[in-house]
Design a protein around this ligand. Structure first.
Ligand SMILES: Cc1ncc(C[n+]2csc(CCOP(=O)(O)OP(=O)(O)O)c2C)c(N)n1
Ligand SMILES: [Mg+2]
Length: 368
């Protein structure tokens, strides 16, 4: 893995000399002659693509391991929800998107932002509440946003962003574009009225939306079986005449396969899709929740840890001859250095000035 990656998509607030800009999503695979949206045909292209997928997932993991540490020592405050265990979902889907596509998501948003190419510096500074964060330190963990990446947040209200996704889908269609909007949500959001209203409109008007349910089995401490009348959540797509699939969320290739079908449908036929991606969060609901909690057993957690998406991808790549131990060590060391750099950057970034409190509250409709 090269250590001289350049970032194709600079995150806001990243600065011109951003040493953490190593998250260039899938640039090397593309350089090796494979479109990120197709199955590679040569061994070289396959290796490049798989290394990019691994890099993307490992960056999310190492970034959040340090995030937890920074939270524990009080460098990060407020709400903070880690994505550890779910990285194959963000990487699998986002690796197939074009730069002009859109993403909207929940408060569990660090992994998706990094997979999209937001720089570790811009994300870490945001978590620290500093001015060089992607939204100048005023959003924090739950509200990562970058218009230039089509990354439309980071939303704290469960289900509140799903109608916005339908609205973006409507705007794409109205303007005659062939972009897609991916709307990530947790499985608990599907019992919220906004879910039904938005999916009904998307089904009725055939909007280019990909509704991705990351079914990690729990909404805070409530198991899906205790909250949903239907446990196979993808079946709800039938109510909206929407193509639907259930996917193994620990297998990045299974995620990519299903996402590729859905994205093609959205682009070429303007048809929405509902994907239920079964995954698991390895940490507590948020930083204020114990790792296993009282609502799940240690045995359950341990059984899911055996299907760590990064370990599964690494094992497959080793078996295919696409990853040597030295390459793994080098990639891990490079990523750890990038994450450390993002922490140093955040530490040195100033807090927003008091006057900034009044900025960005209302949009100035008289400019641009
Ligand atoms: C409308 C609303 N109700 C309740 C909450 C409190 N709350 C925050 S996260 C959460 C659980 C959501 O679980 P899920 O959708 O499965 O996502 P996950 O946290 O598992 O990623 C709840 C109930 C909220 N933020 N918004
Ligand atoms: Mg959940």
């Amino acid at each position: 893995m090269s250590t001289t990656r350049t970032n194709r998509r600079k995150g806001a607030g990243a600065g011109a000399a951003d040493a953490s800009a190593t998250s260039a999503p899938f640039a090397e695979a593309v350089a090796a002659g494979v479109s990120a949206s197709t199955t590679p045909t040569t061994p070289e292209a396959r290796k490049a693509l798989h290394q990019e997928l691994l890099h993307s997932m490992l960056l999310q993991r190492r970034f959040e391991e340090r995030t937890a540490e920074m939270y524990a020592i009080g460098r990060i405050g407020g709400f903070c929800h880690l994505y550890i265990g779910q990285e194959a979902v963000s990487t699998g889907i986002i690796s197939l998107l074009r730069p002009d596509d859109y993403i909207i998501t929940t408060y569990r948003d660090h992994g998706q932002a990094l997979a999209r190419g937001m720089t570790p510096r811009a994300v870490m500074a945001e978590l620290f509440g500093r001015i060089d964060g992607c939204v100048r330190g005023k959003g924090g963990s739950m509200h990562l946003f970058d218009k230039s990446l089509g990354f439309l947040g980071g939303h704290g209200i469960v289900g509140g962003h799903i109608p916005i996704a339908a609205g973006v889908g409507f705007a794409i269609k109205y303007r005659g574009g062939d972009q897609v909007i991916v709307c990530f949500m947790g499985e608990a959001a599907v019992n919220n009225g906004a879910f039904h209203e938005a999916l009904n409109m998307a089904g009725l008007w055939k909007l280019p939306c990909l509704f991705v349910i990351e079914n990690n089995r729990y909404g805070m401490g409530t198991a899906v079986e205790r909250a949903s009348a239907i446990n196979d959540i993808y079946k709800r797509g039938a109510s909206y005449d929407m193509p639907r699939e259930m996917v193994d969320g620990q297998d990045v290739f299974a995620v990519r396969d299903a996402a590729e079908r859905a994205i093609n449908r959205a682009r070429t036929e303007s048809t929405p899709t509902l994907l239920e991606i079964r995954t698991y969060r390895f940490m507590g609901h948020s930083m204020s929740d114990a790792v296993s909690g009282t609502y799940r057993t240690k045995e359950e957690l341990e059984s899911y840890l055996k299907r760590d998406p990064i370990a599964l991808l690494r094992a497959r790549m080793e078996a295919d001859g696409d990853l040597t131990d030295a390459e793994w060590q080098a990639m891990d060391a490079e990523i750890k250095a990038v994450v450390q750099d993002s922490i140093d950057f955040a530490e040195n970034s100033p807090e927003p000035p008091l006057e900034a409190l009044h900025e960005d509250v209302l949009v100035d409709t008289t400019s641009d």
